[in-house]
Design a protein around this ligand. Structure first.
Ligand code: SF4
Ligand code: SF4
Length: 217
């Protein structure tokens, strides 16, 4: 699954670069729109597999750890979570204004890709994913209704917290020795499922016991 996910991410990154070079980045934004609808069924798969920012954040995080640049803290002023809405609104206004007044398409996606990489060289990926990314507030809003998502079968969980350590978006946390996934934050990346020593995490439907309704994604 790990290699399949990497190949899927590289293919979408290649598609994004192709559209960018050919001045068709609006098609990418249309794909993002479709992914919002898909999030209601499949969860935030755009964030986990399609987003070029996420794909480039993975090597940035690796480099950050290697060079010991990563800090565990995050800026306090970001913590209320509203900043993602501000970045979305400012980005949308900047794009519309530059098109209307200057007749140019503002390179908003390359700007955010650069920002995502630079921020991830210093902070854990969850800081950009959950507190800064202009696209995450929309994905989070619809992702919370996802029919399918990674979920924990509490009966199998021993509360070891291994899943917490591998989650890029702080979507899984252990309380009272039982892990639980916040679906609105989950990118469906499978990291936790692959790391769990008790096979307690499954990609499964809401309100159905994980042990009786699982999908191998
Ligand atoms: S890794 Fe598995 S067993 Fe450990 S806390 Fe997470 S869900 Fe529970
Ligand atoms: S590690 Fe698990 S909880 Fe975290 S984003 Fe990936 S699938 Fe979701």
């Amino acid at each position: 699954m790990k290699y399949t996910a990497t190949i899927i991410r590289i293919l979408f990154l290649t598609l994004f670069l192709f559209l960018l070079v050919n001045g068709k980045v609006m098609l990418w934004l249309a794909l993002f729109g479709v992914s919002l609808i898909a999030a209601i069924i499949f969860g935030r798969i755009y964030c986990g597999y399609i987003c070029p920012m996420n794909t480039l954040m993975l090597p940035a995080e690796w480099l950050s750890k290697k060079l010991k640049l990563q800090t565990q803290s995050s800026p306090k002023w970001l913590k209320n979570g509203y900043f993602t809405w501000i970045t979305l609104i400012v980005s949308a206004i900047a794009m519309l204004a530059s098109k209307k007044l200057l007749h140019v398409n503002l390179p908003i996606m390359p700007f955010w890709i650069l920002a995502a990489v630079l921020i991830t060289l210093r902070y854990k990926p969850e800081v950009f994913h959950n507190l800064i990314c202009p696209f995450s507030c929309l994905q989070r809003t619809l992702g919370r209704f996802s029919l399918l998502s990674h979920r924990v079968n509490e009966a199998d969980c021993i509360g070891c917290k291994i899943c917490e350590k591998v989650c890029p978006s702080k979507a899984i946390a252990v309380f009272n020795k039982k892990a639980s996934v916040t679906e609105s934050l989950c990118h469906q990346c499978t990291n936790c499922r692959q790391a769990c020593p008790k096979n307690a995490i499954h990609y499964t439907k809401k309100r159905i016991e994980a042990s009786s309704s699982t999908i191998d994604a």
